[in-house]
Design a binder for this molecule. Structure first.
Ligand SMILES: Cc1cc2nc3c(=O)[nH]c(=O)nc-3n(C[C@H](O)[C@H](O)[C@H](O)COP(=O)(O)OP(=O)(O)OC[C@H]3O[C@@H](n4cnc5c(N)ncnc54)[C@H](O)[C@@H]3O)c2cc1C
Ligand code: SF4
Ligand code: SF4
Ligand code: SF4
Length: 382
């Protein structure tokens, strides 16, 4: 995407190009794909700085200049200067508005609980052995994990609006052996949940058939308008609401940031423009709201309360949704006929308009190279 920046390089084939053109320019999404790929090769040249959500070269002299980190990074590749209106939502086979039928998932989930609902059904029926997801404790610090039990899966539901480098956990799959009920076909299957940039990195790994990605058979992508660093967003929300993170029950973004606290039915509401200065720099040049690379993309946008909007993009995604529907793990809106069609059309319009807003604003920033310097770590780096 940021190809024009490669011109800044004296040696474009330098293995450390990634750091020169992405990280040091504040364009790193914090996905951790570079670190995972490097370490999976047995190299320990880069490490992940979890607090800052950035990679860092720690053993410069050990870099083999193999460029694998550069290849898997979601921020490298062709620069995009325009997006056709038809492509605001990406390619998809079917659009649905769904919710999980399990009451426990409905209580815990961010929107309709579709992500957890599908994963739970696939795990219970042994179609997958686990899922790479994100979880968090009372301090809301997102932690990647591999959920292999329903308890672990339920603990992962809900959204944390800061970077969770779920890709870091791919390496753990390499040594993970799970008893499979179909012995003889013991090829373990895992699902991966992530933001659009993370799913793009997963796709980049799949394109070159990296060993660490082979067990990932299904990607469930989240819609994502923007993201933050954990400490900054938490501190800012504490300041704005006069509450402490330990008191928060749920955070949600519905035009405004909503902070639900224990014992108070109405949320605190913070206009998003009051958070704009702490949005990560990479998000200001990101052109993907609806997770183009995923098998199934899920968001709250457009859907009635308690439901999720679901863009089913691939055959694998369709099969997973069909299994969950047939197993009654997911259900649709009760409306039928023209009323149902209206709800679907309105939802798609709302998603498309928001995607257009993100894409046009960020294309403008890319063209003018303006306003992409908000990642605080960048200020430290230059
Ligand atoms: C940073 C961020 C920005 C988002 N922006 C939008 C938006 O602009 N519009 C919109 O419609 N939806 C957005 N979403 C998606 C939305 O918040 C819900 O995740 C989505 O609607 C699925 O809801 P659900 O009830 O089906 O998911 P649930 O069943 O509650 O499952 C949520 C899944 O998200 C994973 N997860 C939670 N936090 C993170 C994280 N930080 N990084 C990676 N995975 C995580 C969990 O592991 C879990 O598997 C965003 C999500 C994130 C994390
Ligand atoms: S070029 Fe290769 S060895 Fe060097 S940091 Fe990147 S992946 Fe690691
Ligand atoms: S975007 Fe991901 S792959 Fe690229 S530099 Fe940042 S952490 Fe590494
Ligand atoms: S806005 Fe784009 S770059 Fe930022 S977290 Fe979401 S998908 Fe990643």
């Amino acid at each position: 995407m940021i190809k024009n920046l490669e011109n800044d390089l004296k040696h474009p084939l330098d293995g450390k190009a990634l750091f020169k053109i992405i990280v040091s320019k504040g364009l790193c999404t914090g996905c951790a794909a570079c670190v995972t790929a490097c370490q999976a090769l047995g190299d320990k040249t880069i490490e992940y700085q979890n607090g800052e959500s950035l990679p860092k070269i720690v053993r410069d002299e050990e870099c083999r200049e193999c460029r694998l980190c550069y290849t898997v990074c979601p921020q490298t590749g062709e620069e995009i200067t325009s997006v056709e209106e038809d492509y605001y939502l990406g390619n998809y086979r079917k659009f649905e508005i769904l919710q999980a039928t399990d009451p426990e998932i409905q209580t815990r989930a961010q929107d309709g609980g579709v992500v957890t609902g599908i994963l739970k059904h696939l795990m219970e029926k042994h179609y997958i052995d686990g899922a790479i997801v994100s979880t968090a404790g009372n301090d809301w610090f997102p932690q990647p994990t591999i959920a292999q039990s329903i308890k672990e899966l339920l603990a992962s539901s809900g959204s944390r609006y800061s970077v969770s480098p779920n890709i870091l956990f791919l390496e753990n799959l390499m040594d993970l052996d799970v008893d499979h009920r179909y012995s003889g076909f013991n090829d373990e299957n895992y699902a991966f949940v992530g933001t659009p940039c993370m799913v793009k990195a997963v796709q980049n790994m799949k394109k070159i058939n990296l060993k660490i990605i082979r067990k990932v058979k299904l990607t469930i992508g989240l819609f994502c308008f923007e993201n933050f660093n954990h400490e900054e967003i938490t501190r800012r929300l504490e300041e704005k609401t006069g509450t402490k993170r330990l008191d928060w029950e749920k955070l949600n973004i519905k035009r405004r940031m909503l902070v639900y606290t224990k014992g108070k039915p109405e949320p605190f509401e913070i206009p998003l423009k009051e958070l704009h200065d702490i949005v990560r720099g990479a998000c200001n040049v990101c052109l993907d709201l609806t997770n183009f690379g995923s098998d199934i993309a899920v968001g709250g946008l457009g859907a009635p309360k308690g439901y999720s909007s679901v863009l089913i993009r691939t055959k694998t995604g369709q099969e997973a949704v069909n299994l969950a529907l047939r197993g009654k793990a997911l259900g649709g809106i009760p409306e039928i006929g023209p009323e149902r069609r209206n709800i679907y059309e309105k939802a798609l319009r709302s998603i498309s308009n928001t995607a257009k807003r993100k894409i046009t604003t960020n294309l403008d920033r890319i063209k003018t190279k303006s306003n992409i310097t908000n990642t605080p770590s960048r200020r430290e780096l230059i």
